[in-house]
Design a protein around this ligand. Structure first.
Ligand SMILES: Nc1ncnc2c1ncn2[C@@H]1O[C@H](COP(=O)(O)OP(=O)(O)OP(=O)(O)O)[C@@H](O)[C@H]1O
Ligand SMILES: N[C@@H](CCO)C(=O)O
Length: 302
């Protein structure tokens, strides 16, 4: 057993029509380390965006990920552990902070105990806990990823091409939306006609990302499966999406389950789109950060 350190990106997921199956790793990072101690206590020191988290260590996703990885490999976790985390990923904003913490914990266990877990296993254990693989998959693999169930119990993880002329803008408001609440807002069933439209939009998303095709992306970002049921819970959603389009975006949608709004745009329009979305929120009295996001590589042991 040795000390270990990892660096894990954030992720945006869904991208409109890729609900629960498409995600992209983005360049905001969580850095974490673990040290084995002589005692029998577990400490987790959070800095950065996690500093305000009031989570008992026993319920912290970092420790959960660590223990799940040990259990998957049949290894006994040490009793005394000291974790240190610095995160730049905003919490409960649709940028995968929970998946990032789970992946970080699992990779720390893998590195510290020499578990030799495959990337697909790490995605699988995080997805099993979260109930969807679209954050864990890009965090572990980097880039844009399609994650769908494979004939066994795991997932097929397929890297998706993103056209180089395609840029990503984010607007991150100062209010949270918990994924649990946003999933509770979804209906148990949708009308068949909506399912038909959703199938076409999901196909349009994959092809639109590869080609950078404006019409396909506009169609795909205008989701019918989850956004219609969630947008009322994100104050200003319609205004921010409209502002993105007016500033030159192909379209905009919730990042993950929100509250962040993500826009896809030609690379040279991305700064203006990010600024327009921020301004739209601020016009409603809601502080927000507008930023240009870059696609990130995979989580790494450093
Ligand atoms: N180490 C941790 N880092 C972040 N969140 C944690 C951690 N441990 C537990 N949590 C819980 O997870 C919640 C955040 O998860 P949630 O799924 O709601 O948002 P998210 O992962 O930031 O966004 P999304 O899943 O929509 O991309 C926090 O409010 C907190 O209760
Ligand atoms: N696909 C998930 C992502 C949550 O981060 C959802 O939209 O609920």
């Amino acid at each position: 057993m040795s000390d270990a350190r990892v660096r894990v990106p954030c992720s945006t997921s869904n991208l409109g029509a890729g609900f629960d199956c498409v995600g992209v790793a983005l360049d905001r990072w969580l850095d974490a380390s673990v040290r084995v101690t002589d005692g029998s206590t577990i400490t987790i020191a959070h800095a950065g965006t996690g500093a305000a988290l009031r989570v008992d260590p026993e319920r912290d996703h970092l420790l959960t990920g660590f223990r799940l990885a040990c259990a998957m490999a049949g290894a006994q976790p040490p009793q005394g552990l000291a974790f240190e985390v610095h995160s730049a990923i905003p919490v409960a904003r649709g940028l995968g902070s929970s998946a990032a913490a789970l992946v970080a914990g699992a990779l720390l266990a893998d590195a510290a105990l020499g578990l030799s877990l495959a990337a697909a296993n790490v995605v699988g254990l995080v997805a099993a806990l979260e109930g969807h693989p679209d954050n864990a998959a890009p965090i572990v693999l980097g880039g844009a990823v399609l994650a769908v169930p494979d004939p066994g119990a795991g997932y097929s993880l397929i890297p998706l091409e993103m056209h180089p002329a395609l840029g990503i803008a984010l607007a991150i408001p100062d209010f949270e939306t918990a994924t649990r609440d946003m999933r509770a807002a979804l209906p148990a069933d949708v009308p068949h006609r909506d399912a038909v439209v959703a199938a076409g939009k999901a196909a349009a998303l994959v092809r639109g990302l590869a080609m950078g095709d404006p019409a396909l992306l506009a169609y795909a970002l205008d989701d019918v499966l989850h956004v219609p049921y969630r947008r009322a819970l994100v104050r200003g959603y319609d205004e921010v999406v409209a502002a993105a389009r007016e500033a030159g975006a192909f379209g905009a949608t919730l990042s993950g389950s929100g509250s962040t709004v993500l826009a896809l745009a030609p690379v040279d329009r991305v700064p203006a789109v990010a600024d327009a979305m921020r301004a739209a929120w601020e016009a409603l009295g809601i502080a927000a950060e507008g930023s240009v996001a870059r696609v990130a590589g995979p989580a790494q042991v450093v």
